[in-house]
Design a protein around this ligand. Sequence first.
Ligand code: SF4
Ligand code: SF4
Length: 108
Amino acid sequence: MERLTYLKDVVTLKLDEAKCTGCGMCLEVCPHAVFRMNSRHVEIRDRDACMECGACSRNCPVGAVSVKSGVGCAAAVINALLGRTDQPCCGPGDCGCSSAGNTGAACC
Ligand code: SF4
Ligand code: SF4
């Protein structure tokens, strides 16, 4: 399958390589393989592939990753604004979407 790319240069993901211990947790939880392991720590391999789910920042034990989760979840916002309540959702909080438009009824 072709690699998914969302919007270019809008992702809020930040990595502090100096804090990273190289535990690899973010590699485990990231659904889009945004990170890769360098010799002693991870680095961002493909920032634009990030969907801002927030899993990496929630699971990093040393706070080396930050991301404003939910801002990239445009589908949830648009569906909520359109009043679409029949769209499947993984539920508020479970998917990391903290958008005000995420009511649990319309999500990515
Ligand atoms: S926010 Fe989600 S998609 Fe983006 S780097 Fe973190 S785990 Fe991967
Ligand atoms: S979870 Fe945090 S400390 Fe572990 S490899 Fe990723 S950025 Fe580094």
